[in-house]
Ligand binder design. Structure first.
Ligand SMILES: NC(=O)c1ccc[n+]([C@@H]2O[C@H](COP(=O)([O-])OP(=O)(O)OC[C@H]3O[C@@H](n4cnc5c(N)ncnc54)[C@H](O)[C@@H]3O)[C@@H](O)[C@H]2O)c1
Ligand SMILES: O=C(O)C[C@H](O)C(=O)O
Length: 328
């Protein structure tokens, strides 16, 4: 039997955790042949709820599920981990300023980065879902000096999937006929969903984007503010779609992206497309052999440049804030 892959999920007793764990255990993330051992990492108050989820996982009798461990200690939670999904984060509370949120999350992602550095497997791959996802990924990566920076990613796949769906609806084509869309920048309202290089129903995405009123007043804000719209409608942030995006991201990272397409992921910038080095920004990416590569050679016009720059400026500000707090 193949050796099980160790998958750690933080915030396992939360909403996203509940939508995520069963799909990982079913084989949707790493493939139908790969057994998984789940490590659920929670804060002490939520361990009992995680135990309930583990009971339900047992009750599914998933053939690929090789074991479940529950931890409230970061070192144990990441021991030997191959895939770490960092979902648990501190939500913004009433009266909390952005700096308070960054500081509270620094208290989570700094120690988790150090624990990954010291205890995870050599091939560890990390996806940060908990918000602010890009800067939390930056904090975790900065606290893991022995782990290559390209192993830390932030999730913008949900934004990417939202953009695919909006573009397909506009063109009246199935979502499978939308390819090569890009989310640039931050997983926040400043992100830039770029249709100009996409293909939609066999036609250039630039044809859809030529309707500037629709592009700027509808498509871009609908995608960028979708998270807030879901919170408004559900009274809670997106969970099943976020879990689905985490599955998509990790599956593509591990098994590769389809030929002729690309996707979006938050990666440690090495300066591509004028994005400053050392921030975690979303880029157009392909994956093969377990490595993300930023797609080369995309021409960026003035319209796109201004929007990419604005989102990147927000990431640089977040980096300065966490730097001044001593978190990186
Ligand atoms: N990147 C994205 O696209 C995206 C999309 C949706 C939600 N999110 C974010 O994902 C995060 C989780 O969302 P949710 O709806 O599951 O929240 P939730 O409040 O339902 O669950 C969060 C869980 O994290 C746990 N937790 C808190 N601190 C922890 C720590 N230090 N270690 C381990 N676990 C800890 C909590 O006990 C809780 O069970 C939020 O930050 C949310 O904003 C990101
Ligand atoms: O939790 C949020 O603030 C929103 C979430 O990041 C989302 O995009 O759905």
């Amino acid at each position: 039997m193949t050796t099980p892959v160790n998958v750690t999920v933080t915030g396992a007793a939360g909403q996203i955790g509940y939508a995520l764990l069963f799909r990982i255990a079913s084989g949707a993330m790493l493939g139908p042949e790969v057994p998984v051992r789940l490590r659920l990492l929670e804060i002490p108050q939520a361990v009992k709820a995680a135990e309930g989820t583990a009971m339900e996982l047992d009750d599914c009798a998933f053939p690929l599920l090789a074991g479940i461990d529950i931890h409230d200690d970061v070192a144990a939670g990441f021991a030997g981990t191959n895939v770490a999904l960092l979902v648990g984060a501190r939500p913004r509370g009433a009266g909390m300023e952005r700096a308070d949120l960054l500081e509270a999350n620094g208290g989570i992602f700094g120690p988790q980065g150090r624990a990954i550095n010291d205890h995870a497997a050599d091939d560890v791959r990390v996806l940060v879902v908990g918000n602010p996802a890009n800067t939390n990924a930056l904090i975790a990566a900065s606290n893991a000096p022995d782990v290559p920076k390209d192993r830390f990613t932030a999730m913008t796949r949900l934004d990417h999937n939202r953009a695919l769906s909006q573009a397909a609806a506009r063109a009246g084509v199935p979502v499978a006929q939308v390819r090569r869309l890009t989310i640039w920048g931050n997983h926040s309202a400043s992100q830039y969903p770029d249709l100009f290089h996409a293909e939609v129903g066999g036609r250039p995405g630039a044809e859809l984007a030529a309707d500037t009123a629709w592009l700027t007043d509808d498509f871009i804000p609908t995608v960028a503010k979708r998270g807030a719209a879901i919170i408004d409608a559900r009274g809670a942030s997106s969970a099943a779609s976020a879990a689905n995006a985490a599955i998509d991201h990790t599956r593509d990272w591990t098994l590769g992206t389809p030929e002729g397409d690309w996707t979006s992921a938050g990666l440690w910038s090495t300066g591509q497309y004028g994005v400053p080095e050392g921030i975690v920004s979303s880029f157009p990416v392909t994956s093969s052999g377990g490595t993300w590569d930023v797609v080369d050679g995309i021409e960026i016009d003035d319209f796109s440049r201004a929007r990419i720059d604005a989102s990147v400026a927000e990431l640089v500000e977040e980096r300065e804030a966490v730097r001044s707090l001593g978190l990186i």
